[in-house]
Design a protein around this ligand. Structure first.
Ligand SMILES: [Zn+2]
Length: 328
């Protein structure tokens, strides 16, 4: 008969101050970080994370704490707390209404990816994909409604997208960054010093600094292309123009619009991003007294170029297009 080796177990009690949230008195598993312990349900954790389930089954458990098997993890206490809370309160939808929600969401995403909790990862990605979408209609909604986009830390989003292979949010996050970010914020070198810095320089990886520079150039080329379109429109008299018969067709107004917008770009003391430029162009067009027919024609032309800008975004970043498998 084989000897049964009985491993001496240390019965440890976790002091109140080191009990994290969630802590269920009748929990069946203790997960520990460097400074906090969480008492949770083994079955619940295992159902979401194949990696943690295997750790429980394959003898990583060495200690008995609070009467339960315990596993020491090297994750951040805050990230793990958010992840375990979400697992145990499954019905709660992910919130993304504040910076605090944002940090919690990133924490869940990080742990869910590491421990292969696929469903949770998808759920945590959804609110981010709504703000950094892959469709122009959703981008318009996020950008024009002056919504969360402005308050989130796009640099963190870019870094998280790379770290966790969640590349679908990368083009929109980079487009947002390149629209308004100063070189000083990205590179730490200064050309313009008219605005306060919103984040410290040096946070982007070398790869993303390159992508950032490419986006800036892409924006510039798209602005030039749109300006050329308006200039061409101002060169000719259009048959359907309802003001032609009065002798002062709209074309001179359109040339005025071209000059106004060129001046805006040339004299701006802030980075000129394409999304902001289009909003300015639309506002200038609204102000000009052109006839309905010319206004419609310009609207359509502007929108066509704006859609072209969006379509080309992924390629400017080295992807093959929006249908690149890495962006799904
Ligand atoms: Zn007209």
């Amino acid at each position: 008969m084989e000897d049964t080796i009985i491993r001496p177990t240390k019965i440890t009690i976790i002091p109140e101050s080191n009990r994290g949230k969630p802590w269920f008195e009748d929990g069946t598993l203790i997960l520990m970080t460097a400074d906090m312990a969480f008492k949770v349900y083994k079955g619940m954790v295992g159902r979401h994370s194949s990696v943690l389930r295997e750790m429980c089954e394959n003898g990583v458990v060495e200690e008995v704490v609070e009467g339960c098997p315990a596993i020491q993890l090297d994750d951040s206490t805050a990230d793990l707390s958010h992840f375990l809370t979400v697992i145990h309160e499954c019905e709660r939808a992910f919130q993304l209404n504040s910076k605090r929600d944002f940090m919690a969401l990133i924490g869940v995403l990080r742990i869910a990816t590491k421990y292969n909790a696929h469903v949770l990862r998808q759920r945590a990605l959804l609110p981010l994909q709504r703000i950094y979408p892959t469709r122009i209609s959703e981008w318009d909604e996020a950008f024009e409604s002056n919504s969360m986009l402005w308050h989130l830390d796009s640099v963190t989003v870019v870094n998280v997208a790379r770290e966790l292979s969640a590349l679908s949010v990368l083009p929109a996050a980079m487009a947002f960054l390149a629209n308004s970010t100063l070189a000083q914020e990205a590179f730490g070198v200064s050309i313009l010093q008219t605005q306060p810095l919103r984040f410290a320089p040096g946070l982007l990886s070398a790869e993303d600094l390159k992508a950032f520079a490419l986006m800036k150039e892409y924006n510039h080329l798209c602005i030039a292309k749109t300006l050329r379109f308006i200039r061409e429109e101002g060169k000719e008299r259009h048959g359907p123009c309802q003001r032609l018969h009065t002798g002062d067709g709209c074309f001179s107004k359109v040339t005025g619009m071209f000059l106004t917008l060129s001046m805006v770009v040339a004299t701006s003391d802030a980075p000129a991003g394409y999304p902001s430029f289009v909003i300015t162009a639309q506002a200038v067009l609204q102000r000009e007294e052109v006839c309905r027919s010319c206004r419609d024609r310009l609207d359509v032309g502007l929108d066509k170029r704006r859609r072209g800008w969006w379509r080309g975004l992924p390629e400017a970043l080295g992807f093959s297009g929006w249908d690149d498998a890495r962006l799904r």
